[in-house]
Design a protein around this ligand. Structure first.
Ligand SMILES: [Zn+2]
Length: 281
């Protein structure tokens, strides 16, 4: 599933082609993508006639702000919040082109292009909501801070409340937003912490080291355009590059890049977790 660096890469790549463009209409070939409004005609009517103001991200959600319609008195902005889940992809293509086989949602733009959301496995979702309704959405409201907005003090407080293993704690989107299995394993290795350590057992110094490791790993992954394991592609159709910089993720039975010990894999919080038994204590 795309994590923070992949969705950030997508948002940055889409922004130049979308920002300032007028949405002239929408197509919803697969209405099951709509989580709100769930009605195809209502979605199309709500989206059309708006200018795309920003393309951004919150946690693993791509968030596109559509400005108020000037012709509608008292109209307010809407935010299109898209969750890519397993196989969601975006690209920009001429509106006149036939949409790809797994297209689920298209926003047509006045410049003749369309933003196409395709999704082979169909777990992705789209919500088009006023900002206040998005903020009130239970999932959205529960999200923890972005890694760079997290202070060491807030991170310590959040972890002190957790009765889980540390890896489960940093995968918990209400603790810190955007971290999935890849960046949890990579960050724990960078901080030299075993993934099955009880969150509460970490000393304040080790928690600070972990937060710094998360921030550094996420920044490096964004700089590399994210990680492609299977399905993730940027809007230009290319793979990310951070998978070539993995230290431990997916490398069970290979030597540790630091000490040469064989990396092992265990289940933590139901997720495969790879670590070095020598370096990570
Ligand atoms: Zn090692």
């Amino acid at each position: 599933m795309p994590e923070l660096p992949e969705v950030e890469t997508i948002a940055r790549a889409l922004a130049p082609g979308l920002t300032g463009r007028v949405v002239t209409g929408a197509d919803v070939p697969d209405a099951t993508v709509l989580a709100g409004p769930a009605d195809r005609a209502a979605f199309v009517a709500a989206a059309a006639g708006r200018v795309i103001e920003t393309v951004g991200r919150r946690a693993k959600l791509l968030c596109i702000t559509l400005g108020p319609r000037p012709q509608v008195v008292g109209d307010g902005p809407l935010i299109l919040a898209l969750h890519l889940k397993m196989t969601g992809r975006f690209h920009i293509a001429p509106s006149a082109h036939a949409p790809p086989a797994h297209a689920r949602l298209l926003l047509h733009l006045a410049d003749g292009n369309a933003l196409v959301f395709s999704d082979l496995r169909r777990f992705g979702t789209a919500r088009l909501l006023p900002p206040e309704a998005l903020a009130a959405w239970k999932f959205y409201a529960s999200l923890g801070p972005e890694p760079w907005d997290m202070t060491p003090e807030a991170f310590e407080t959040a972890l002190c409340r957790k009765t889980t293993r540390i890896k489960a704690a940093i995968l918990d989107q209400t603790v810190i937003a955007g971290i999935g299995n890849i960046y949890a394993d990579e960050s724990l290795f960078a901080a030299r912490i075993r993934p099955d350590t009880p969150a509460k057992a970490l000393t304040p110094a080790r928690r600070r080291k972990l937060l710094a490791a998360i921030q550094a790993v996420i920044a490096k992954a964004i700089a590399a355009g994210g990680s492609t394991i299977r399905d993730y592609r940027t809007p230009d159709g290319v793979e990310g590059g951070f998978q070539h910089q993995f230290t431990v993720y997916g490398k069970a039975c290979q030597p540790c890049p630091v000490c040469g010990e064989t990396l092992v894999s265990i289940k933590v919080a139901g997720r495969t977790s790879t670590f070095c038994p020598q370096c990570q204590q």
